[in-house]
Design a protein around this ligand. Structure first.
Ligand code: AMP
Length: 280
């Protein structure tokens, strides 16, 4: 069942809650792949009612081109959700989520007067490169939590900084939801599944697994070796390769344990991220 209005979704979920059914939420931006489906399968196994939100959130994009080109495939997403036993797809318009939103496609403007910000966790990694991104993510996830009021919400470790921001937000603001992290799903050659992979050319797709290999090199032999390895391929432009604490996302020495090694790199016009947790 696809629901596009907040009011209709609330009505549907009120019934679930009255019957004492646990609600699991899987927030996505659509263009579903095996990574998303793994989150959904986990929610299906653990909750009575599974809600998948599909919303390309304008306020977390800082490049109009990225927002415009983000794949939108609601029909095939709906088919995959139904095969995966999803109870409700929540697919609101931008205007439904941001009633003050001026015109479709406008990612500037002032869609809200209230935002959720977790600034210290956004100091490093993707934060400096994508101003306002994590504020946009935290705000829309908080809105989804208020709308759906899930018992459990599922997030991929692929977006480790996003996961850390959401966990901190939930803790700081006493949001009554349990955050469930799900390990990164990869292609056989190591490339982390991402909706953005679709935009790689065949040649770019061949070199994309170098990002994950670089993380392994960094874990074993240091960040410099990993950067050298990536510099051997001129079509890859590294944005960052950093070692941080897995909880507060602050830089730490590569010898510490546990650490998260995270990378963002451009391959042609596509920006990809990945990370590796090196446990204690
Ligand atoms: P997105 O639609 O890209 O915003 O992703 C929605 C959710 O799916 C987020 O919690 C992501 O971390 C998660 N996700 C995306 N790709 C993967 C993957 N390869 N493995 C596991 N989870 C993923």
């Amino acid at each position: 069942m696809i629901i596009t209005s907040i009011e209709a979704l609330r009505r549907r979920l009120l019934l679930s809650r009255m019957r004492g059914r646990t609600i699991g939420l899987v927030p996505t931006m659509g263009a579903l792949h095996e990574g998303h489906l793994t989150l959904i399968a986990r929610a299906r196994a653990e909750c009575k009612d599974v809600v998948v939100s599909i919303f390309v959130n304008p306020i977390q994009f800082n490049q109009p081109e990225d927002f415009a080109h983000y794949p939108r495939t609601l029909e095939s997403d709906a088919r995959q959700c139904s095969e995966a036993g999803v109870d409700v797809i929540f697919a609101p318009s931008a205007e439904e989520m941001y009633p003050c939103y001026l015109a479709a496609g406008d990612i500037g403007g002032a869609p809200l007067a209230t935002f959720v910000d977790v600034p210290t966790l956004g100091d490093h990694l993707c934060g400096p490169q994508r101003p306002g991104h994590f504020r946009g993510v935290a705000t829309v996830v908080m809105k989804l939590f208020q709308i759906v009021q899930p018992d459990f919400a599922y997030f991929g470790e692929k977006d480790a900084q996003q996961l850390a921001v959401i966990r901190r937000m939930v803790r700081d603001l006493n949001v009554p939801v349990e955050i469930v992290p799900v390990p990164t799903v990869r292609e056989a050659d190591g490339l982390a599944l991402s909706s953005r992979n679709q935009r790689l050319t065949a040649e770019e797709r061949k070199i994309a697994p170098m990002l994950y290999r670089a993380l392994g090199i960094a874990a074993a032999g240091g960040v410099e070796k990993a950067v050298e390895f990536l510099q051997s391929e001129p079509r890859i432009r590294v944005e960052y390769l950093e070692v941080v604490d897995p909880v507060d996302m602050q830089p730490v020495s590569a010898e510490e344990r546990p650490v998260l090694i995270a990378i963002a790199a451009w391959i042609g016009k596509v920006r990809l991220i990945d990370n590796l947790l090196v446990p204690a």
